[in-house]
Design a protein around this ligand. Sequence first.
Ligand code: 5RP
Length: 220
Amino acid sequence: MNQGLKKQQAADAAIELIEPGMSLGVGTGSTVNCFIDKLPRVADRIAAVAASSHETRRRLEAAGFTVSELSETGDLDLYVDGADEANKHFHLVKGGGGALTREKVLAAASRRFACIIDDSKWVATLGKFPLPVEVVPMAQSYVARQMVRARGQPILRKGFVTDNGNAILDVHNLAITHPLDLETRFNQIAGVVTVGIFAHRPADIILMATDAGIKRFDRR
Ligand code: 5RP
């Protein structure tokens, strides 16, 4: 089965999690775009919806939804988002689409976080995918030097500005063997806005599309 079909499958599985009266947070990326395309089917079940990026807001509005700010919705019942990598501890690397800061906020503010992936994202150790780190622009070279000290190879995402007006460093060649510790450590670096490790707020549910169908993992 090709990756496009797997993304559709994962999106279908996430649609089934939506119960009547739910407030919903929506992530960013190509897998989530499949989810947004299917969302009008269950529009009558959704009490409010918040978006993790300008792009997601635009797509939700095009699909007929009124998008609320998190300050209006309060905590959300369910957050649905993709990931660049996921492991069996429900730790993720995110931010390939550059929306990691708002994604982390929505995940933090949600009672349940369902991560939708295809099986190419499943890894034993995080870090093969370059770790996105959102940085305040004037701090980018300072933060880059700290990443080199941590034995990473930071590359500035050229021509990219986040929805928050910041830059992204993609940090290559980090073996993220202790995701909780590294997330904490990188969060301490002055000028870092958000680290793309989602370990302190991991996924609660992973819906992974495989050739054999959807595999669902629930965190206890
Ligand atoms: C965006 C993200 C995405 O969830 C991640 O990049 C996966 O995207 P895709 O579904 O296109 O593979 O973190 O910031």
